[in-house]
Design a protein around this ligand. Structure first.
Ligand code: F6P
Length: 479
């Protein structure tokens, strides 16, 4: 059984997230190195934490090894270890085979397993213990995402002096779906340990408040929950964003410009490059999107001499059944499409199953004429915002699913229903054929949104709201 770490830091601001911003990777020769972790959470929070001198509590991404707290890139990191069994039950099981599909509209069928729940409780307690041990008196602790929904309540029990915020990066489902969860009440009570519960969209915050009223029986009014002990909990929307300036700067840099040109050359200088970049996840709608594109070629609307679809799929949760099946399905589909429709040196789809550093992503964004982001359900989708940040020439088209949180803000994207293949085909063609003037009008508006609402703005709005409520509360309780 791994125990919590021995050395502690006394931080005034702590982030508690399932993953540390870096993963521990053991190479074939036995040496180890730290690599940037996948996913939107880390790419959003890392720049915030570098600026704030806080501590980050999280799992180092492998199992069994105990690692002492250390510093990386200006952030104090406090590793929390998971055993092999916990990796299977807490991470792959309850987090990613129960909560993940349940919170994403049941795009896949969730498994409800009692031993997975037990492991979820144990691991959440370990994270709460680690946060309690590393927080200074009166510190602010910001707990992240669906893997750690019980931590706020556990932490409050250990350390009532702390100010606790929670942020959910993924959607929060409507009561009709959430209510399937056998442990629904425990999860709601876990979240209510926080002073402020943040969501991507206001609809999610409303789902939460409604469930608290129905299932826990607390009094609520608008965004506020009134607990019997006099404490209040607020539930509000804080749409997450990216380091817009950082991305734009990278996209403007000479090496990225050179690389973008090289990518287009290597693709055979097609007139249109379509691009998809996703974690390989069944919520992302990769299969339907590639089918839509291949039909456009088969129908004669597009020609492989002229158009190519670059799909980057970042490996993710590879031992979970649904993910393994998805990978096989996509391998087969890409093989079939390229076999049927490609020509020598001209595949219809250029498929990459790997992850790339930020520089290469920026080069891909710069090289792409049409960015296609078509999840069936997505909390936000930062790839859509990254594309916009990189298009400083105000060109390029964004095709975006209505079911991505980002669609609420990026209204000028070419919006699609990812379940409607003909609709997606028509909209992809509309984006492909659009006049430069039309594209720049849309891109300019979206760039304004992403520039004004960057990740620093997201974090400060959340943290200010958390602090403000505390000041108001202190005034009320202290005569
Ligand atoms: O943003 C959603 C999220 O699940 C994060 O919590 C997570 O870190 C990221 O996607 C990547 O997934 P994983 O940590 O399971 O590899």
């Amino acid at each position: 059984e791994p125990s919590s770490t021995s050395t502690t830091v006394a931080a005034d601001l702590l982030v508690v997230a399932n993953r540390l911003p870096v993963d521990r990777v053991v190479n074939d020769d036995g040496s180890t190195e730290w690599r940037a972790s996948p996913g939107g959470l880390v790419s959003a929070l890392a720049p915030v934490m570098r600026k704030n001198e806080g501590a980050w509590i999280g799992w180092p991404g492998d199992t069994g090894t105990e690692v002492e707290p250390f510093e990386n890139d200006g952030i104090a990191l406090v590793p929390v270890a998971l055993s092999d069994q916990e990796y299977a039950e807490f991470y792959e099981g309850f987090s990613n085979d129960t909560l993940w599909p349940l919170y994403h509209d049941l795009v896949a069928k969730p498994s409800f397993r009692r031993e997975w729940w037990d492991s979820y409780v144990t691991v959440n307690q370990r994270f709460a213990d680690a946060a309690a041990a590393n927080a200074a008196e009166g510190a602010t602790v910001w707990v992240q995402d669906y893997q750690l929904q019980l931590v706020p309540q556990m932490l409050r029990e250990l350390r009532p002096d702390l100010r606790i915020g929670f942020y959910l990066h993924i959607p929060f489902p409507p009561a009709e779906l959430f209510s399937q969860l056998p442990w629904r009440r425990q999860v709601l009570e876990g979240l209510l340990g926080a002073d402020l519960v943040g969501f991507q969209l206001s609809g999610a915050a409303q789902n939460f408040v409604r469930l608290v009223r129905q299932r826990v029986g607390h009094k609520t009014h608008r965004d506020t929950v009134y607990l019997p002990d006099g404490r209040v909990v607020r539930a509000r929307a804080f749409p997450i964003s990216i380091d817009t300036e950082g991305f734009e700067e990278l996209a403007r840099s000479e090496p990225v410009e050179t690389r973008a040109a090289e990518i287009r050359r290597e693709l055979g200088n097609p007139s249109t490059v379509f691009l998809g970049i996703d974690r390989l996840d069944y919520t992302k709608g990769i299969y339907a999107r590639l089918r839509a594109f291949s039909e456009l070629i088969a129908d004669g609307e597009l020609d492989v001499e002229d158009a190519v679809f670059v799909q980057v799929a970042t490996p993710s949760r590879e031992r979970v059944d649904q993910y393994r099946r998805l990978r096989d399905d996509i391998d087969r589909l890409v093989g079939r499409i390229n076999g049927d429709l490609g020509r020598i040196g001209r595949p219809a789809i250029s498929y990459l199953h790997s992850s790339f550093p930020r520089e290469e992503m920026a080069a891909l964004y710069r090289a792409a004429d049409v960015m296609v982001v078509t999840p069936f359900r997505d909390g936000m989708n930062l790839v859509a915002k990254e594309y916009v940040a990189c298009r400083f020439h105000e060109d390029g088209a964004l095709v975006l699913s209505e079911f991505a949180g980002a669609a609420d803000e990026l209204r000028q994207a070419y919006l699609v229903n990812p379940y409607d293949i003909n609709g997606m085909k028509a909209t992809m063609m509309q984006a492909h054929r659009a006049e430069p003037k039309e594209l720049s009008k849309r891109m300019r508006a979206m760039r304004k949104t992403v520039t004004e609402n960057d990740v620093a703005h997201w974090a400060s709005t959340f943290l200010d709201s958390l602090a403000l409520d505390r000041d108001a509360h202190d005034k009320q309780t202290r005569p």
